[in-house]
Design a protein around this ligand. Sequence first.
Ligand SMILES: *Cc1c(COP(=O)(O)O)cnc(C)c1O
Length: 432
Amino acid sequence: MLETENQNTLSDYKLGLDYALEQDQKDELKEHRNQFHIPKDKMGNEWIYMTGNSLGLQPKQTKLYINQELEDWANLGVEGHLEAKNPWLAYHEFLTESMAKVVGAKPIEVIVMNTLTANLHFMMVSFYKPTKARYKILIESDAFPSDKYAVESQLRHHGYDDKEGLILWKPRENEELLNYEDLETILEEQGDEIALIMIGGVNYYTGQFFDLKRITKLGHKYGCTVGFDCAHGAGNVALNLHDSGADFAVWCTYKYLNSGPGSLAGCFVHEKHAYRKDLNRFTGWWSHNKKTRFNMRGEFDQLPGAEGWQLSNPPILSMAAIKASLDMFNSVGMEKLLVKSKKLTGYFEFLLKQLGENTIRIITPSKPEERGCQLSIQVKSADKTLHNKLTEIGIISDWREPDVIRCAPVPLYNSFEDVYKLVEKLKSILNG
Ligand SMILES: *Cc1c(COP(=O)(O)O)cnc(C)c1O
């Protein structure tokens, strides 16, 4: 299990550019920045890229990995399934172990397939089993829109009203973060009507990292199945999915996992379900026993584990990009990554606090174990022109109406200098 303990406190940090440069010098991961393409402005200055939570940057080695597959395809045609340097038939297996490490799971629990929202639906086919008495779905009130649309459509698909069947875990008045006591209250009152709890493991808007184990325990106590969308968690926090006991989880690989726009997604099914043949699911030839898959005639024979939820033979070019990224994650290791991440985000928080409470408010939890690298910053009396001004000067951040900027200093490629410059520019724009 990964340690999420944090040794940094705000008083550990210092003001000034010198301090930032010194931290970059000492940074164990500093060489990794050079392994990425950092976009530049027209003058050739590198952007300050703070949107790795939306689309991670491209590792330089990605092109080599994809080229390998293009070459093998050119030279081998269909024979590449068995003869390619990385044979395509088993290509997804080359990703499993590294991906399992990233999300804290056992290899049998993890598969890379499809895209995120598609995986969420496929998981709900198996883990959302409504009955007349128990059919409701609980989500967080500020869930990512795609997740909300997906669960609403599942309710309708099963013949239920999508308003009546959806229960929202809401923040208290004038607050943004969610409270576990409120979740307990909902479950005490309506737990026996809830079939599924589906929460974003790290909320995309506030950056709040939920206690997956606590939510799962609570949900299971009331007889609900529990799943998480970890799109903002994978590669960003210690998810410990196996240990959480969650029934399933899904995530994408184009945010913190740097695998390219629209790349394939990840899926976790807990080991306790690995050999269950009674679990309903949608199947295809890739969910069939590998040994007899190409006999093509026999009865369907369910492949155990998360692999058994695959449908199709997968897109190898996209998987090559994921392999390029996971090989890097694997060589660094999540432990080291999280140490730097906590330090970098703690430093970011320290500098932002200097701007004063009348100027900004950080929505994201201040406890390092309750967040990843993203900070969501409410800028008092700001509008989108602030975001536009930042973009003009090469600071790429994300704007959410009415007044929130989300910035994610990513430990693999962002530097202390990036964070320093970001806050300096923000300060100078705010001071007019
Ligand atoms: C990014 C994100 C998505 C996007 O879904 P796609 O199917 O990959 O388009 C969905 N849910 C959450 C929570 C996300 O953060």
